[in-house]
Design a protein around this ligand. Structure first.
Ligand code: AMP
Length: 116
C-alpha cells in the first residue's frame, strides 16, 4: 500500500519518534501550524475516523490509544499545564490530506479560533 504514514511507521521514511508504544507513534508535523505540532499515528493502517468505526470495538480501542499517546506526549513536551489542541480531520470536507488516521496535537502558544 502506498501510504506515507505506513512508511514512517515501518521506518522506510525517517521521522524521529517523540513517543512510541505498542500501537502508536508520535512524530513532528513536517509543516507545523503552531510552535509545537505533533501527529499521533496508529501503527495499523486505517484510512480515516469514518473507516475506523466500521468496527465499533476496534474504533473505541484505537481512539483510546491515540488520546492516551497525545496526553503522554503533551506531558513529555511540557504542554499539559498551559494546554493544547487536538484535532482529527476526516474526509474531503474535513480537510484530510493524508489518508492514514492521525490526531494533530498543537500547542506552545495561545490558539486562536476554533472552526474554519
Ligand atoms: P491532514 O490534513 O489532517 O490529513 O494532515 C496531514 C498532515 O500531515 C499535514 O499537517 C502535513 O503537514 C503532515 N505531513 C505530511 N507528510 C508528512 C511527513 N512526511 N512527515 C510529517 N508530517 C507530514
Amino acid at each position: 500500500m502506498d501510504c506515507i504514514f505506513c512508511k514512517i511507521v515501518a521506518g522506510q521514511i525517517p521521522s524521529p519518534r517523540l513517543y512510541e508504544d505498542a500501537n502508536t507513534i508520535v512524530i513532528r508535523d513536517v509543516s507545523p501550524q503552531s510552535k509545537h505540532h505533533f501527529l499521533v499515528l496508529p501503527k495499523k493502517h486505517v484510512a480515516s475516523l469514518a473507516d475506523l468505526f466500521a468496527n465499533e470495538a476496534e474504533g473505541r480501542g484505537v481512539m483510546g490509544d491515540l488520546f492516551s499517546a497525545a496526553n503522554a506526549v503533551a506531558k513529555q513536551e511540557g504542554l499539559l499545564t498551559a494546554g493544547f489542541r487536538s484535532v482529527i480531520n476526516t474526509g474531503a470536507d474535513g480537510g484530510q490530506t493524508v489518508f492514514h488516521l492521525h490526531l494533530h496535537v498543537l500547542g506552545g502558544q495561545k490558539m486562536k479560533g476554533t472552526f474554519a
